[in-house]
Ligand binder design. Structure first.
Ligand SMILES: Nc1nc2c(ncn2[C@@H]2O[C@H](COP(=O)(O)OP(=O)(O)OP(=O)(O)O)[C@@H](O)[C@H]2O)c(=O)[nH]1
Ligand SMILES: [Mg+2]
Ligand SMILES: [Zn+2]
Length: 284
């Protein structure tokens, strides 16, 4: 039996990296039924028969994109297509819920854009690591690589923001297929169809298909406020200790929003996500 890491799984066939070599394997039926093998899984392989026998316990797993044992999630946004900050904030929360360090990466910085500095301020105040990069010009790719050393780094974000382009810039070659922007926006098609892990020096990167839907499982609506770090300095001054900072009287968080100390946009999205979670949970 040999230990390896699953780098890709397509229709029941898995690529497993063992001692620097990729081996194509099937999974034992019991694994298929009870516990689907995911990219990122550390597995025991019966090397003679090319069969995955066991999955080692996981640190974490995501369903969309499907991947296990992630150390960092690189959430990519851009100006074209325009960033969906509602999805971005949900991804940031999902990362924290799964004990994954999130890094927010604003790509295509080579394109003129007046908003990026304001957005950077919003997220820096929220205690989120924020990096401006360009896959095209190579700007800050060295900084991105520095952050990624050691561990598995998963790229996530909307289609066409440049996840595969960034991975190619990191690898210094055309590994991942890059989509045509205009065709993608008009048809909404993903170029990357599968999650795939690539070994680079002492770390791994995972390319994933762009996606736009995310559910925050296991997060109670009244716990959401704990995932907005910029609320922390104010929340003890709210009149009610159970304040959710929505429209309660004498809410110090809302005061901080009105005084410009907390970004209005972040609080607005907080209310949106809160309402969505509350609605879902009122049916259960
Ligand atoms: N100007 C500019 N264009 C970029 C940059 N990075 C990527 N692009 C373009 O953006 C388009 C989409 O890039 P992809 O790398 O395929 O995007 P993706 O996020 O992998 O998309 P999916 O695989 O569909 O999820 C392509 O036309 C790229 O050439 C950049 O830094 N600057
Ligand atoms: Mg891609
Ligand atoms: Zn409050």
């Amino acid at each position: 039996m040999q230990k390896g890491i699953v780098t890709k799984g397509i229709s029941g066939m898995f690529s497993v990296l063992i001692d620097g070599k990729i081996i194509q394997c099937f999974a034992r039926r019991k694994l298929k039924d009870d516990n689907i093998v995911l990219a990122g899984d550390i597995v025991d392989v019966d090397i003679d028969n090319c069969v995955i026998e066991n999955i080692k316990p996981r640190k974490n797993k995501l369903i969309r994109p499907p991947i296990a044992n992630i150390d960092r999630i690189i959430i990519v946004i851009s100006c074209v297509p325009e960033a969906d900050f509602y999805l971005t904030d949900k991804l940031l929360i999902a990362a924290r819920l799964n004990n994954i360090e999130p890094i927010l990466c604003f790509n295509k910085i080579d394109i003129k854009n007046d908003l990026v500095n304001e957005i950077e301020q919003q997220y820096l105040r929220a205690g989120i690591r924020f990096l401006k990069v360009s896959a095209k010009s190579g700007y800050n790719i060295d900084k991105l690589i520095e952050i990624m050393h050691g561990g598995l780094n998963c790229f996530a974000g909307q289609s066409a923001v440049g996840k595969s382009s960034l991975i190619n810039a990191i690898l210094g070659c055309n590994y991942s297929e890059i989509g045509d922007l205009s065709a993608k926006i008009s048809r909404g098609k993903n170029t990357t169809r599968h999650t795939e892990i690539i070994a680079v020096d002492d770390f791994f990167v995972a390319d994933t298909p762009g996606f736009s839907l995310l559910k925050l499982d296991n997060l109670k609506y009244n716990q959401l406020k704990d995932y907005f770090d910029e609320f922390i300095p104010y929340q003890n001054d709210c009149k009610f200790s159970s304040c959710n900072h929505i429209q309660e009287p004498d809410c110090a968080v809302i005061d901080a929003v009105n005084n410009g100390k907390i970004a209005f946009e972040r609080h607005k999205r907080y209310i949106e996500i809160y309402s969505e979670l509350k609605k879902e949970q009122s049916y259960n």
